[in-house]
Design a protein around this ligand. Structure first.
Ligand code: HEM
Ligand code: HEM
Length: 164
């Protein structure tokens, strides 16, 4: 099981993004008119752009250096399910800042209401709700592996370690 541990860098990316995501949820824009504050608009745009750049770096690092910790005898169904959830997490983690950036751009261009801004804000909110569902599935799966004691939990989670 030791061989399939994720690297320290992988763990920093994983847990760093958990913090970035929680921070993003707490500092959320409650009302689009808040964006008339130019310093808030700038801050939101910088935050979203940084999140996207870090996400691309994380994806490149993970896909080139790490493999899943699922045990070799894991069924094809379970492997595919894990892959679909992980890819969906990446897709949603990118749609949130991308739609945020489009909102910022439209607002800056003076399109402060109307169909375009409504559609973009709608997609922004939908991707956030989807993210909550995916996180619930992902964390349930992690807890399931913790009970199975198969090494998947401890490969990424630095607490409540499994006993060998
Ligand atoms: C915002 C919340 C989270 C997101 C977006 C997220 C995303 C991901 C992604 C995309 C992976 C695949 C590896 C990678 O590319 O980094 C992964 C792996 C993993 N995550 Fe999370 N995660 C979150 C929270 C958690 C939490 C709270 C736990 C456990 C309590 C957890 C446990 C794991 C484990 C055990 C793996 C390794 C799976 C394997 O090796 O196949 N994650 N996570
Ligand atoms: C990069 C990470 C971002 C995160 C994590 C984030 C998070 C959130 C969250 C949690 C909500 C509430 C959604 C709901 O009600 O379900 C929200 C709404 C919103 N966000 Fe973001 N956001 C981000 C970037 C941006 C950017 C860059 C902008 C614009 C410059 C923006 C503009 C808005 C607007 C206008 C709303 C809707 C407010 C309303 O309901 O009137 N967001 N965001």
């Amino acid at each position: 099981m030791e061989k399939s541990r994720h690297s320290i860098t992988a763990m920093i990316f994983h847990w760093g993004f958990v913090i970035i995501f929680i921070y993003g949820i707490f500092k959320q824009v409650d009302d689009i008119n808040q964006l008339s504050d130019i310093s808030l608009l700038k801050f939101e745009i910088i935050f979203a752009a940084l999140m996207l750049i870090l996400l691309i770096m994380r994806y490149l690092y993970m896909s080139q250096t790490q493999v899943t910790s699922l045990p070799e005898d894991t069924s094809m169904f379970q492997r595919r399910a894990a892959k679909i959830v992980h890819i969906s997490l990446y897709i949603n983690l990118s749609i949130i800042p991308i739609t945020g950036l489009v909102i910022g751009l439209l607002y800056w261009l003076g399109l402060k209401s109307g169909i375009f801004i409504e559609l973009t804000v709608g997609s922004h909110e939908l991707s956030i709700s989807t993210m909550y569902c995916l996180i619930a599935i992902h964390v349930s799966a992690a807890i399931f592996h913790r009970f199975r004691n198969d090494g998947v939990w401890s490969s990424m989670v630095p607490f409540l370690k499994e006993r060998k």
